[in-house]
Design a protein. Structure first.
Length: 284
């Protein structure tokens, strides 16, 4: 299989490194009309790829709106689409049209749909384009290879930096053959891994826990109280972002339904509640 060189690979343990790389390439693409640069986020199933890119996309859009770069009510700073199974060029463009709320007329051919989508993306001032489930584009199948070409053509017809996310992308067939080598030369591959429970991994895990805790919006949740159960949560989820967020979101729903408005992790793990007047500390 033809894949990227080792120099073109970066291992990322948290979204910060990925976000930095995306912003760097976004800035460089402002001066490119062809051969635009992008980022591929790759990892095992449920490792947190969609969670990571969605978080980055939300942060980017909020920043654009906060600094007045969003360009009004019709602005769409970020587009998010997924590659459908057995994808064709028209199906791929249809995902963009659906996101943008565009009608897909039956008589449209691929070229007409391409021009319509590209025109609207340009008019909306889109800067970041997330394409999830990119592993569905296996280059050994003709129609999927053509769908991959469609994404490349779209990137050259409109502004916007493309970010692909998928399962074990290097083994998916996306990077095979001539098309794959072209993608490898333009896209930086970033790998998501589970968080280790030692050294720097613990610090990164703690940062993630606090970020997820804050995102739950529970009124009576003491900030950073979740860190008392950092080790328990790591054991329960294996350090996998997707498993962690899923678990905490379910517990947050329980907390809202019960009226407690805080995570009851002591009940989950059978631990002794911290004193009311005490401060939260990380479990060792």
């Amino acid at each position: 299989m033809a894949g990227p060189s080792s120099a073109a690979r970066i291992t990322a343990r948290c979204s910060a490194a990925i976000e930095t790389e995306i912003l760097r390439r976004l800035m460089l693409n402002q001066y490119k009309s062809h051969g635009k640069l992008g980022v591929i986020v790759s990892g095992e199933p449920n490792i947190g790829k969609t969670t990571t890119v969605s978080h980055i996309a939300r942060r980017f859009e909020r920043r654009r709106r906060d600094i007045g770069r969003a360009g009004g009510a019709n602005s769409v700073p970020v587009i998010y689409v997924s590659v459908p199974p057995s994808c064709t060029p028209k199906l791929m463009l249809g995902e963009f049209a659906h996101f943008l709320g565009l009608p897909i007329r039956p008589h449209y051919n691929t070229g007409e749909l391409m021009n319509t989508v590209a025109s609207v993306i340009s008019a909306c001032g889109t800067e970041l384009i997330i394409v999830d489930e990119i592993h569905n584009l296996n280059q050994k199948y003709k129609q999927m290879g053509e769908a991959s070409d469609t994404l490349k053509q779209l990137s050259e017809k409109c502004p916007g930096t493309f970010v692909y996310a998928g399962v074990d992308v290097e083994a998916s067939g996306l990077l095979d053959g001539t098309r794959g080598r072209q993608i490898s030369s333009r896209f930086q591959i970033m790998h998501l891994h589970t968080f280790e429970n030692t050294g720097k991994g613990k610090a990164a895990w703690a940062d993630l826990l606090v970020a997820v805790e804050s995102s739950l919006g529970l009124i009576d949740q003491q900030p950073a109280a979740i860190l008392r159960h950092a080790s328990h949560l790591h054991t329960a989820t294996g350090g996998v972002i997707g498993d962690l967020t899923g678990m905490l979101q379910m517990l947050a729903i329980d907390a809202i339904d019960s009226g407690g408005e805080r995570l009851d992790l002591d009940s989950v793990f059978g631990t002794v509640p911290a004193p009311v007047s005490g401060t939260a500390s990380a479990t060792t």
